[in-house]
Design a protein around this ligand. Structure first.
Ligand SMILES: [Zn+2]
Length: 96
């Protein structure tokens, strides 16, 4: 469980323990915030990078979530997608 999921669980339990006189607008706001945190949790789950068509002499990869491409001309690999923030899994070997 990543730290964002732990925070989500804590907030969720706090919401459940809140007094019942909370207005529906307040409750809707809290659940909307929870949805946003859920998006962050999903981005922390490793997803394997995808080999993309190489251009010029560089290796090209694309994000498994937003499908945007980027090139790598050295050994530096992004931990997170530079476009959408998805956490990337580089354990798959690409022989290019
Ligand atoms: Zn992305």
């Amino acid at each position: 469980m990543n730290k964002y999921k732990e925070a989500w669980d804590t907030i969720f339990n706090e919401i459940l323990a809140m007094p019942s006189d909370i207005t529906s607008e307040e409750e809707q706001l809290l659940w909307k915030c929870m949805d946003t945190v859920e998006e962050l949790i999903a981005k922390e789950d490793l997803k394997p990078v995808t080999a993309a068509t190489a251009y010029s002499y560089k290796k090209a990869f694309s994000c498994p979530v937003c499908n945007k491409r980027w090139s790598v001309s050295n050994s530096k690999k992004y931990i997170y997608c530079p476009h959408c923030g998805q956490k990337l899994d580089w354990s798959v070997k690409y022989d290019r």
